[in-house]
Design a binder for this molecule. Sequence first.
Ligand SMILES: [Zn+2]
Ligand SMILES: [Zn+2]
Length: 343
Amino acid sequence: MAATRKTQIIKVIGATITIVLTAGTPVGMYYGGISWFGVGFFLVTGYFCMLTQEAFYHRYFAHQSFKTSRTFQFIMGILAELAPVRGPIWWAANHRDHHKYTDTERDPHTPTKGWWQSYMGWVYTDAYIAHNYKNAADLTRYKELRIIDKLFWVPMLVSFILCYWLGSHLEQTRPELGTNGLQLLVFGGFMRVLYPIHIMAWINYFTHSTYYNWGYRNFDSPDTSRNVWFLGILGAGVGWHNNHHKHGRYASTRVMWWEIDASAALIWVLEKCGIVWNVRWIPESYREEARAYRALVAAHGEPEPRIGVGPSEGRRPQTTGSTSVSEEASLTSAATPEERLAS
Ligand SMILES: [Zn+2]
Ligand SMILES: [Zn+2]
């Protein structure tokens, strides 16, 4: 797709934000200093933004794993835009393609396209910048979402101003905290935004990488997805990626007891408060399926992942490209894990 003026502008905005935040962090630390208050402020606000990315952008806007009011839908969009890659509709539309075409040429950030494309390059690729949103009609019907989707950088910019103001205020009123405007702009602003953006980029690469092959699988999902424990914790649940890929519509990624899912906890609280409803929680049969697969793997070893075939949510046969991955793979890999391990 030829680069249009619009995609070029978005690329410049995205690259400028990334460069300013990345280069501004060490410079700002040098001039603004470091304090325990600043570090604590980063940890709290950084994880909060990770939660908004995972619980709101991912599980709500992309996967509709719960329902809520139009007002709270808008609030979720604004909160997630405190640390945005782009707006909620753009994020959801591209992520739905990731599930529909996982590991194939049409997957926006498959590691098979190389480290950089998987990590962050896809964000600067014309075809993904100019997504037609045809798969997100449920979101584009809301005018307020279309507006904040275009102005995705505004809440972040406002939050930077507030961080600077708060730091300057505390420098005057609570000097014992050792903070100041520049310091809080870096720790509560720049680093807070960079944290979820880089964690999501790690997810794109490391939970689908057949080169590193980190982690484990609970399900024989027709893709390369794997559960990586530290990305499960740092990523507010998104790192239990194989659990998620098997059935993306669930509001939780926690299948085994140790798979801590902070986003599910947030959604649970919101449900108890009556703010969200019709939450798609994981049924017990899903866990039984995982236990059966884990027992099989323990006995026979892990089968090769099937790519592009089988019963995955939203999956459609790949229809573009010279050789259809799904057609070829379906002849050899559509068997059950028992059948493939026995062969
Ligand atoms: Zn994935
Ligand atoms: Zn997903």
